[in-house]
Design a protein around this ligand. Sequence first.
Ligand SMILES: C[S@@+](CC[C@H](N)C(=O)[O-])C[C@H]1O[C@@H](n2cnc3c(N)ncnc32)[C@H](O)[C@@H]1O
Length: 230
Amino acid sequence: MALKLYLPLPWSIMHTESAHDESEHAVFDQDFWDRRYAEQHRIWSGNPNPQLVAETRELPPGHALDVGCGEGADALWLAGRDWRVTAVDISPVALARAREQAEVAEVAQAIEWLAEDLLSWVPEPRGYDLVSVQFMQLPQAARTPLFQRLAASVAPGGMLLIVGHHPSDMHTTAHRPPIAELFYTPEEVAGLLDESWTITVCEARPRPTTDPGGNPVTIHDSVLVALRSG
Ligand SMILES: C[S@@+](CC[C@H](N)C(=O)[O-])C[C@H]1O[C@@H](n2cnc3c(N)ncnc32)[C@H](O)[C@@H]1O
């Protein structure tokens, strides 16, 4: 499925300082992401996402699903802590980079890299002890069914961790695409879960960063942590 969105302004990908000059009508498909990744040697920091580290560092290792794994920093971090990881992304360019880093870090055997479109790929139901979603910024019509499929893929006793850019970021100087429908609150995600879940975190968590002008700015991550009853 190709996602078509109107982009009235250039959109630099989150976490990077570089400018991009996207066409007016962007299609968020494999080609879009491959071109994004091919523009630079590396576009993410190489560090694991802070909310992943904060929420999972005390968990016993198991089988994790890293959703939209990008260049693989989260998958590498988990593998380094004895997790077995299935890492999925639509971009073979990003996955090739991630695979290379896993070889360097000597954790390659613990990670399965899958080039799949998450809008159609169905993860194994009840298949994962941890499902981690970090910054999948999709329109609601796409993210709701995706998050529902991902919730269904959490094993009994497992954890669903969904982290995204909070809508309040649009009112800061942080670099964000000017497309309101890509942003979501943790309450919206919590509303997708039934009574078989215990929600342990549902908050807009502040995080200091710098804006494109180099000025300090506080952004907020929507953080949802839910445990599936055994
Ligand atoms: C904002 S990046 C986040 C990357 C990584 N999770 C991180 O936090 O560094 C979003 C990632 O999702 C991937 N992605 C976007 N749409 C996708 C889709 N439909 N199926 C699979 N991956 C997708 C992109 O290729 C990209 O690597």
